[in-house]
Structures are given as structure tokens and as C-alpha cells.
Ligand binder design. Structure first.
Ligand SMILES: NC(=O)C1=CN([C@@H]2O[C@H](COP(=O)(O)OP(=O)(O)OC[C@H]3O[C@@H](n4cnc5c(N)ncnc54)[C@H](OP(=O)(O)O)[C@@H]3O)[C@@H](O)[C@H]2O)C=CC1
Ligand SMILES: O=C(O)[C@@H]1CCC=N1
Length: 284
């Protein structure tokens, strides 16, 4: 179904690169049909072109008319200006995929011609290796065919979950931002382990394998994390000592707070944008 479809990424940052990398590696779409542009960083465009073989096009020279899918991959603060600059060139059949945290389909629909097909997407940077946990929520006018098309495309970068849009903030809090929590945890584990004199190279491999193994136990055994944790914890053993320290130092609370704050921030981004729209008269 993807066949000869053409995609343009507007925005060439870490998220665009992760998605491009995953899509190119999947071989479901030829690199020549994946276009990427940004605001001004030409060096970055050349870097992506050299690395993935995708045409990197200066913003003014990108022919949006010939695209089937347009992926919005800029920061939320830049979305309004971007939509303003493309809305007059959009064709009714074109599908807009937005990966922007906190930006609703309603907001996008209000800033493009009536009836435009829009899907809100929340991937994560593991898209780079085809291991993203990605959520999608379709806008009001999006056809079933375009939803299937988006799912097929996003399956190139990992697992895809269709969720109600009001759950996008929590999804962002656990899965969009999620990799960063694990990287932070791994950073702390590395720092402590280095004190032992083991080489960073071997420590990094050990920690990554430990995380992969734990995640795969959940995926493949279907067990709950609580049961799996209990299985590791021998009475009066090393894990019990470690977990007690984690609890004493607020480990659980720290994790729930991180998720709450990330989720709130996603919600706050949309509220801030709507307030600025009210000021500029786009809404209300
Ligand atoms: N990073 C992540 O893990 C995730 C990010 N996201 C979402 O992805 C989006 C991008 O994030 P990220 O890649 O980290 O951000 P970056 O800052 O790395 O990249 C932003 C890109 O947007 C470009 N840009 C800004 N304004 C315009 C414009 N008017 N026209 C064309 N290009 C423009 C920038 O170009 P230039 O450099 O030339 O200014 C840059 O290439 C965000 O909205 C974020 O919420 C979603 C899930 C995960
Ligand atoms: O930090 C951010 O806002 C983006 C969205 C999810 C992950 N990164």
C-alpha cells in the first residue's frame, strides 16, 4: 500500500531523523520518496541526505503539491507559523501527520483548510531502530484509508497503538518521553558501576542487556512487573537491600512525579497555544 507514496518531513531534528532512519531501514518506501526540509540549517539537511539517501530540500524549493503525506516535525512553538506558510498549498487528499507533543488535531484542523485529513502521532526516538511505541489519534475528517495508510507507515518504526486523543498526554508522559527516564536511570547506574574500576565499555553493555532482558520478560512472558520484581527479590538478599534504598530515597515517587509532570506539560502546551490563538483571534 505504501508503494510509491511520497512523504515530506517539515523539520529535520532528532525525531524526524529517528523516523526517517526507521522507515528507510524497513525498505517499505524508497529513500527517494522521503523528502526532508527545515527552517534554515542547510548543513543538517546535507547530513540527513548523506546518511539516509533522502532528498534534502531547501524549504522554499520543496514542492508540497506532489506529496501524499506531510509530517509536521518542528517544535510546538513553530507549528502555527509553519501551518500558516503551507495552508494555501495543501490539497484535500493530503494527509498531515503531526508528531508534536501537546498539539491537538483540533488546533491543526483550525489552521488548515476545512476537511483536511489530520492524524496526531506520538512516536519516540527508538523509531531509529524500528522499536518505537507509537500512538495515533485521527482528526475529524480523516478517512479510514488514510488511517490504515498511516498505521502501515508507522509500523515501519515500531508498534502502533490507536488511542482516544484525550489519552495522548499520558501516552506522551510514559512513551514519548519514556526513553529519557530509562536513559537517566542507566546514566546513574553507569556512574556508580564505574567506581568499581570496570570499564565503561563493558558496564554499558551489561546495563543495556539487563534492561533489554527485563523488558523482554514482560513482552514474552506476559507477567506483571510486580511479579517479576518479586521473583528477583530473595528474602534478606541483595535486591531487597537495593529496593529498600530505592523506596527510602523516594524512587517510586520520583518516577510517578516524572510521568505526571511530563503529562501535565503536554496538556499545558496545548492550553498555551489556544490562549495565544484567542489573543490573535483564531479561536472564539
Ligand atoms: N525528540 C523526541 O524524543 C520526540 C519529539 N517529538 C516531537 O517532535 C517535534 C520535534 O522535536 P525534535 O526533533 O526533538 O526537535 P528539534 O529541535 O531537534 O528539531 C526541530 C526542527 O524543526 C525545524 N523547524 C522549525 N521551524 C520550522 C519551519 N517553520 N519550517 C521548517 N522547519 C522548521 C528546525 O529547523 P532549523 O534547525 O533549521 O531551525 C529543526 O529541524 C517536537 O514537536 C516534539 O514534541 C515527539 C516525540 C518524541
Ligand atoms: O520533550 C519533548 O517535548 C518531546 C516530546 C516527547 C519527547 N520529546
Amino acid at each position: 500500500m505504501l508503494g510509491k507514496k511520497k512523504i515530506a518531513f517539515i523539520g529535520a531534528g532528532s525525531m524526524a531523523e529517528a523516523m526517517i532512519s526507521g522507515i528507510v531501514a524497513s525498505e517499505k518506501l524508497a529513500p527517494k520518496n522521503i523528502f526532508v526540509t527545515n527552517r534554515s540549517n542547510h548543513h543538517r539537511l546535507l547530513e540527513l541526505q548523506n546518511k539516509y539517501g533522502v532528498p534534502a530540500v531547501n524549504r522554499d524549493h520543496l514542492n508540497l503539491n506532489s506529496m501524499d503525506i506531510i509530517v509536521l516535525a518542528m517544535k510546538p512553538k513553530d507549528v502555527e507559523a509553519t501551518l500558516h506558510s503551507i495552508k494555501n498549498t495543501l490539497k484535500p487528499h493530503q494527509l498531515i501527520l503531526s508528531v508534536l507533543a501537546g498539539i491537538s488535531t483540533t488546533f491543526i484542523e483550525k489552521n488548515v483548510p476545512f476537511g483536511q485529513h489530520v492524524i496526531r502521532v506520538m512516536p519516540n526516538t527508538s523509531s531509529m531502530i524500528g522499536e518505537s511505541a507509537t500512538a495515533i489519534s485521527a482528526g475529524r475528517h480523516t478517512s479510514k484509508q488514510n488511517i490504515s495508510f498511516a498505521i502501515e507507515l508507522l509500523q515501519c518504526i515500531g508498534e502502533v497503538y490507536t488511542i482516544p486523543e484525550e489519552k495522548m498526554d499520558i501516552f506522551t508522559g510514559i512513551a514519548g518521553s519514556g526513553p529519557a527516564y530509562f536513559y537517566y536511570l542507566m546514566e546513574q547506574m553507569e556512574k556508580e558501576a564505574q567506581k568499581s574500576g570496570l570499564s565503561l565499555q563493558i558496564i554499558r553493555k551489561i546495563i543495556a542487556q539487563t534492561v533489554v532482558g527485563a523488558a523482554r520478560m514482560i513482552q514474552e512472558q506476559g507477567a506483571s512487573p510486580a511479579i517479576l520484581r518479586e521473583n528477583v527479590t530473595s528474602p534478606n538478599g541483595t535486591t531487597a537491600a537495593g529496593l529498600a534504598a530505592l523506596k527510602r530515597h523516594g524512587g517510586g515517587k520520583a518516577i510517578t512525579e516524572a510521568i505526571k509532570q511530563a503529562t501535565n506539560r503536554s496538556n499545558e502546551i496545548s492550553l498555551q497555544l489556544e490562549k495565544s490563538e484567542i489573543r490573535t483571534g483564531v479561536i472564539g
